[in-house]
Design a protein around this ligand. Structure first.
Ligand code: MF3
Ligand code: CO
Ligand code: CO
Length: 259
């Protein structure tokens, strides 16, 4: 399958889906507190997406995923499955939301801190956030996809953190995961992609405090760091515009990058 260039009508639908995904994170934020279980967070998000937004939680049944959101705690890198685990003071948590509305997907994730995490964990969250935005700022028509990963890797390694390689960002639209793969590190092994207006994809660097290596738990979903050191991730869905980039999943406290 080739990279799709979205039409003006499709872009409008992508904007709606992106906004809804970001709104789920806004809605859940006051609930992310010590004492709540990730199952309860999943149910709140599911009900909001289905009943309020009249949308579909894309992860539910996606390749057999059993829940509507992903919740990844501490040394969990991504694809954490909501369950009975109770959030406690000092935890860090990624909540990853993908919704489908009018046939189009919006995908975004943020980090949350429960009570007072360690200085080290807080710093990791900030570095991962900066990695996301460094990646976003590389995006412009006529630019190359590889610049994103190159810039992220350079910053992360300078901060003595590592970048996960097994999972990457992705084209998004009618399908949850479309080409291209958006690497968060530099590689000459994949064919580079010239960025063109109308492309929509995610940037979602997973940044580890320790080594980059990961493994998948026996539940076949939860990805964790091999060294059990914490990991952090933030994700936005973006559109390549005629003169730069538009972030489709902006949070309340974020603004569009200036071209
Ligand atoms: N939302 C994740 C991403 O950013 C994918 C989750 S797939 C699931 O691409 F099956 F785990 F939900
Ligand atoms: Co994604
Ligand atoms: Co996601």
């Amino acid at each position: 399958m080739a990279i799709t260039i979205k039409t003006a009508e499709e872009i409008e639908k992508m904007r709606v889906a992106g906004r809804l995904a970001a709104e789920v994170l806004d809605m859940i934020t006051p609930h992310v507190q010590a004492g709540i279980t990730t199952n309860e967070l999943d149910k709140l998000c599911h009900d909001h997406i289905v009943n309020v937004q009249k949308a579909i939680p894309s992860p539910l049944n996606y390749k057999g995923f059993p829940k509507s959101i992903c919740t990844s705690i501490n040394h969990q890198v991504c694809h954490g499955v909501p369950g009975q685990r109770v959030l406690k003071n000092g935890d860090i948590l990624n909540i990853d939301i993908t919704v489908t509305k009018n046939g189009y997907h919006g995908d975004t994730s943020r980090m949350f801190m429960i009570g007072k995490p360690s200085i080290r964990a807080k710093r990791l969250i900030e570095i991962a956030y900066e990695c996301l935005w460094i990646g976003i700022r590389q995006v412009k028509p006529g630019g190359y996809l590889s610049q994103i990963g190159k810039a992220i890797q350079q910053y992360a390694t300078h901060q003595k953190c590592s970048v996960v390689r097994e999972y990457c960002g992705h084209g998004i639209g009618k399908k949850f995961h479309e080409p291209p793969q958006v690497l968060h590190y530099y590689s000459t092994e994949v064919k580079d992609t010239l960025l063109r207006p109308g492309m929509t994809f995610t940037i979602e660097p997973m940044i580890n405090a320790g080594k980059r290596h990961i493994k998948v738990l026996p539940d076949k979903w939860t990805v964790v760091t091999k060294d059990h050191k914490p990991s952090a991730q933030w994700e936005h869905t973006i559109l390549v515009t005629e003169d730069g980039v538009e972030v489709l999943t902006l949070g309340k406290n974020e603004k569009q990058p200036q071209g």
